[in-house]
Every structure is written in C-alpha cells, then in structure tokens.
Design a protein around this ligand. Structure first.
Ligand SMILES: Cc1ncc(COP(=O)(O)O)c(C=O)c1O
Length: 387
C-alpha cells in the first residue's frame, strides 16, 4: 500500500508539526485513518466542521453547483453569491449591511485592516494580549504572541497590545492615529479565554466616542460554536467590522468580512480571485441553512454545559481551570498538554492544544451525547493517568 505519510514527509514543505496518523475519511463527528481506526474528532479541522464532516446537505449543494458554475470572479454578478450575501447579512448583528468574501480567516483580518485604514485615514490598531488573528503579514502583526512574529520582522507597523478584558488599559492606548480595535470575543488560540460583557460594552462606547472602528474577529467563535450564531450576540454587540471564516462553508475554504455603513469600500483597491466563488457560496448557503434549521446554537449551549458539567464532578490534580462558551472548551493543565493529546489519540479521541498547557475541544456541534460521553470517559482516564 502507498505510504502516504512518507510521501508527505518527502514532498511537503515542512511547516506543520504532524500527528502520526493519515486521515482518509470523515462523517459527522467521526474520522478514520488509513488503517481503518476510528476517532471522535474534537479538532474538527481546527473548528471548521461545526455541522460535521461531509454533511449531506453540503454534498448535495456542491454536486449541483459544480455542474452549473464553479468559478466566477467578483467582477461579475452571480446568482449563488447573491443569495449567500443576503443570507449572511440576515443572520449577522444588525449593524452589518454588506460583506466582502474571501477564502480564509487571515484574509478577513487583512481586509479588515485595509478597510479600517482606508475609512479612517489613520493607521494604528489596538489588539489584545493572547489574541490570535492569522499568519499573513497584517493579521500576524495584530497577533500578540511574539513567537509567531519574531522570525519574520519587520511586521506591519502600528499594532499595540493591551491586556484582554481590561478596559482602562485599552482606553489609555487610544491616540489620534488609532483607526480601530481588533478583538476576539473568546480568545481561541490564546487558551479559550472568554470576554466579559461589561468590557465589550465599554469598548463599543469608547469606539463611538473616539470615532474608532470596532473590528471583531469571530473566525473561530462564529456559526454557533459558542452557543449563539455569533458570540457577539451574547452581548448584543454591534461591531463595525465582523470577520468570519472556518465553519462558514461546511468545510470549504471561505472567509467573509461583514461591514457596517460606517466602513467605506475601497472600490477597485481590494479583491480576491477566488473570493465569493459559486462553489464555496453554495456550500455556505447549505451549511448556514443546516445550522439554523437544526438549532445548532442551542445544541452547542446544551452540549457544552453537558461536557463541562460532567468534568466538573471530578477533582483533577493536574487541572488548573476549565473554561468554555458553548462547545468551545479549554482545559488548562498545570503542565504541558502534548503528552495528554497523544494519549487521547491512542484512545480514539482527537483534540488540539491552545498554547502550551491548554487542551482544547472543538467538536462538531452535531456530535451525539453518546460520542461526547466516550470523549469524556477517555479524557477522564487520561487526566487521572490511567492507561
Ligand atoms: C480568531 C482567529 N482569527 C484568524 C484565524 C486565521 O484563520 P485561517 O487559519 O483560516 O487563516 C484563526 C485561526 O485559527 C483564528 O482562530
């Protein structure tokens, strides 16, 4: 049999630390490796598979659209894209009236930075410590952890980092060059830290007072992950710019930057060849319909409470804190998470890290209670050091 691991090791440009398995198939919350082993997938493509892997509605939409039109640049109108744009705006916070479509999370942040500089004619941004916004130059410059930036300097100028959930420190950083504030509602890569309502309310008011654009990065928290369609909905927060990606198109690459009427479009000065392609748009329409019809927001809330509720019954000596919003779950350990992740994988559960000491679980929101209880059983064994 072909050794796919060997082929990737030989031919792939090495940027990813790899897990030792070759994933070849997925359905809903399960994935299978090349040796036929089954896993409950709480990585879910790093929070992409909110509606599960290979969702039937998405498959049907893709098959149909693939026969009709796969690519159509943004310089032409397109029926499928038009329907998606209308749908996106209808589910977004009501301040947001239009969307720019692209292909990934980092691209949404790049676009947001350009739109904010273009609109305000100012160049600086205030971001949060532990925040993560992507790996391209602009998004990386908005990202706090110096490990992501230090080998690639000079980064884009004008980004300041302040402690998350601390309004006073953020307010102190505003100056006459500040274009906007860029924040996640729940910091994902930074360790699953949940933002407070009073903090976001004050930041929103400050942006109003000082004429700054509030850019909210919901690339990871969007599309029911936290128990609401967008985590902003918990606070009735009305961003000026909302960045979404990951789960938007049922597994296909897509990002969207939703903008309020305050944001001026730089006509002819931004764009993307693949952005808003009909294939991804068809998948996104199917994925969003599925989320809405199956109340995945409620499911994420209930399942998240079930998951964390069951864990809270134990006193684990190696756990510092458990944090979550919906099915975005972080377990902060008193030691490194890597050996725990390896043991979970041996037991048939895939989970991911968030920083060095946090175990993160981002299962499909369609995971069954039985599958969740399997994950909890294995996690408990691993945390108690049982083989
Ligand atoms: C909050 C947030 N913003 C941006 C990104 C970057 O997204 P992408 O990997 O699709 O470029 C991520 C990825 O994890 C993220 O969690």
């Amino acid at each position: 049999m072909t050794d796919f691991k060997q082929l990737e090791q030989t031919y792939e440009f090495d940027v990813y630390p790899k897990r030792e398995i070759v994933l070849v198939r997925g359905k809903n919350a399960k994935v299978w490796d090349s040796e036929g082993r089954e896993y409950i997938d709480c990585v879910a493509g790093h929070g992409v598979a909110n509606i599960g892997h290979c969702n039937d509605r998405v498959i049907e939409a893709l098959e149909q659209q693939a026969r009709q039109l796969i690519n159509c640049p943004g310089t032409f109108y397109n029926d499928t894209r038009a329907r998606l744009l209308e749908k996106l705006v209808s589910i977004a916070p009501k301040s947001l009236k239009r969307a720019f479509l692209c292909n990934s999370g980092t691209e949404t942040v790049e676009a947001a930075i350009k739109f904010a500089r273009f609109t305000t004619k100012r160049k600086e941004f205030i971001c949060a410590m532990r925040g993560f916004h992507g790996r391209t130059m602009g998004a990386m410059s908005a990202t706090f952890n110096p490990e992501y930036r230090k080998d690639f300097e000079p980064v884009v100028e004008g980004f300041h980092y302040v402690p998350f959930n601390n309004f006073e420190k953020l307010a102190e950083k505003v100056n006459d060059q500040t274009a906007g504030v860029i924040l996640e509602i729940v910091q994902g890569e930074g360790g699953v830290h949940v933002g407070r309502k009073d903090y976001f309310t004050k930041v929103r008011d400050l942006c109003e007072e000082r004429d700054l654009l509030l850019i909210v990065d919901e690339v990871q928290t969007g599309f029911c992950r936290t128990g609401k369609m967008f985590a902003s909905n918990y606070f009735d927060l009305e961003p000026d710019i909302l960045c979404v990606a990951k789960a938007i198109a049922g597994g296909l690459p897509m990002g969207a930057v939703l903008c309020s009427e305050k944001v001026e479009p730089p006509m002819g000065k931004h764009g993307s060849t693949f952005g808003g392609n009909p294939l991804a748009c068809a998948a996104a329409i199917a994925a969003i319909d599925y989320m809405v019809e199956n109340r995945l927001d409620e499911q994420a809330r209930e399942k998240g409470d079930h998951f964390v509720g069951k864990l809270s019954g134990h006193a684990f000596a190696n756990v510092r804190e458990i944090r979550h919003l919906g099915l975005m779950i972080g377990i902060e350990l008193k030691e490194k998470s890597t050996p725990y992740l390896a043991k979970l994988m041996e037991k048939g559960v895939l989970a991911l890290p968030a920083g060095a000491t946090v175990l993160r679980f981002l299962p499909p929101l369609t995971i069954s209670y039985e599958e969740m209880d399997f994950v909890l059983e294995k996690l408990t064994e691993v945390l108690l050091g049982k083989n």
